[in-house]
Design a protein around this ligand. Structure first.
Ligand code: GLN
Length: 487
């Protein structure tokens, strides 16, 4: 077995026993990347020198006998939405093609402090807007399980990298499903933490009331270990919570779930969910019951409005967030002759932003404008509250809620680019979670048509621990972890 095939915790154990050095782990990882990246295209940029330098520092610290964190020396990849000091950060957009941040996102700084080595920046839909990674301004990433298919999105590069053994761990961001949905389609574990659990400082904002950074990993134990590194209060993000110190996540991985109560969301188990996906999820529920989890159907009547609500709130916030890309402060500026400032802004933005981003800025500007604000934006906020109350009510009775993560398996490249509704339906199961601000975990739960299917486990605010507990117990019992695509 090559080192790159190991999970992060297996690698970490070998590093701790000095059977392998961190530099050797990085070298093994880049040999793998060299071998398969031509077919997958998960990375926008590889940072080999940085990775080797960080690995060397860990090896030296280990020789000196310094106390190291549990993931010290493990290489990871970061979605290109995260600022990396001195390393180009494009957010999948031409407008930031040459942007080199002068600082690290807090999560990147935390990874550095924990001794992880940065392998590179992964491909994504431009500004995280999309469900297939096809909106990247730079390249198409392919699903390691079938190279004709999309890896999901918008964190498709991170999911494909983990699934193809091109990274032990990866960071993604999730505004409406962008960690969980690609994790589901690529057969890896993905966690969207509670809003406020992980600092968003240095995350290039899409929709600030929904965005959250989280891990994509090979199994649940890796997810628990990685989430520990990320769950740190940050004074640089005013929404980073200081009231909920992170528990020791790995301690929750006992395999013991007897007596827990799970609600199966009725609205996410019927129409619109592919039969093959439904079947896998039903089998997963049966496995849960076998473990002693009490499963029962629960109604979430406002879930059906989640998609329209999201597509008002997210564009509204993005139209405001993306106003900063004006050719003055960041990134690209037009070379065309311009009449005045406004002309310069307009030409710069028309050249820099792709069609999906422009469409969302226009929609967002529309729903926030005088006369439409009350009819659209304010109404959407009210329905968002109703969705949140559905969850509050359900969590009065249940410890976790269950549903599919994605209504279908990965679709073919190009299949939905001209069908925006079909594309948006890919997030129908994940979007309610962001609107409510709660955490949710994707765990692989089988295959349909030879492609991975994911189970979504949703939890109470700041109760990532229970998600990991349930996800781990299921994973151990079901045995899907460790299945790999032949790339
Ligand atoms: N696919 C959804 C969108 O396009 C969600 C994306 C995300 O979570 N970043 O907005």
């Amino acid at each position: 077995m090559e080192p790159y095939e190991l999970t992060a915790h297996e690698l970490a154990e070998r590093l701790a026993r000095k059977e392998l050095s961190a530099v050797e782990a990085v070298e093994s990882q880049f040999a793998r990347i060299e071998a398969v990246e031509g077919r997958i295209d998960a990375y926008l940029l590889q940072t080999r020198d940085t990775a080797l330098e960080q690995a060397r520092a860990v090896d030296e610290a280990r020789v000196r006998g310094e106390a190291l964190g549990p993931l010290a020396g493990v290489p990871y990849a970061a979605k290109d939405v995260l600022c990396t000091n001195g390393v180009t950060t494009t957010c999948g957009s031409k407008i930031l093609r040459n942007f080199v941040p002068p600082y690290d996102a807090t999560v990147v700084a935390n990874c550095r402090a924990a001794g992880l080595s940065l392998l590179g920046k992964t491909n994504m839909d431009e500004f995280a807007m999309g469900s297939s990674t096809e909106n990247s301004a730079f390249k198409i990433t392919r699903n390691p399980w079938d190279l004709e298919r999309i890896p999901g999105g918008s964190s498709g590069g991170s999911a494909a990298a983990v699934a193809a053994d091109e990274a032990f761990l990866a960071l993604g961001s999730d505004t409406g499903g962008s960690i969980r949905q690609p994790a589901s389609m690529c057969g890896c574990v993905g966690l969207k933490p509670t809003y406020g659990r992980v600092s968003r400082y240095g995350l290039i904002a899409y929709a600030s009331s929904l965005d959250q950074i989280g891990p994509l990993t090979k199994d649940v134990r890796d997810c628990a270990l990685f989430q520990q590194v990320l769950s740190v209060h940050d004074p640089l993000d005013s929404t980073s919570s200081s009231d909920h110190p992170a528990p020791h996540y790995v301690s929750a991985l006992t395999g013991e779930v007897k007596g827990l109560k799970a609600g199966v969301v009725k609205e996410l188990m019927g129409e619109g969910i592919e039969p093959g996906v439904q079947e896998c999820v039903r089998k997963a529920i049966a496995v849960m019951e076998g473990l002693g989890v009490e499963c029962e159907e629960v109604e979430m009547p406002h879930c059906e409005y989640a998609l329209p609500v999201y597509y008002i709130i997210a564009p509204a916030e993005c139209s405001s967030n993306l106003a900063r890309f004006d050719g003055v402060r960041y990134g690209h500026r037009t070379d065309e002759p311009v009449a005045d400032y406004e002309d310069m802004f307009a030409k710069t933005r028309a050249e820099g932003f792709g069609p999906e981003v422009r469409l969302r800025i226009i929609k967002g500007t529309y729903v926030l404008s005088k006369g439409y604000y009350d009819a659209y934006y304010l109404k959407a906020l009210k329905v968002r509250t109703l969705i949140r109350r559905d969850f509050d009510r359900a969590f009065g009775r249940f410890d976790v809620l269950l549903s599919p993560t994605s209504p279908t398996v990965a679709f073919k490249i190009g299949e939905r680019v001209d069908d925006p509704l079909a594309m948006k339906l890919a997030d129908i199961c994940t979007i309610p979670v962001n609107l409510a601000g709660i955490p949710a975990l994707n765990v692989p739960c089988g295959f349909s048509k030879g492609l991975p299917v994911g189970l979504q486990i949703m939890g109470k605010p700041f109760d990532e621990e229970t998600l990991l507990r349930v996800g781990y117990a299921y994973e151990q019992q079901a045995g899907w972890a460790g299945r790999k695509p032949s790339v």
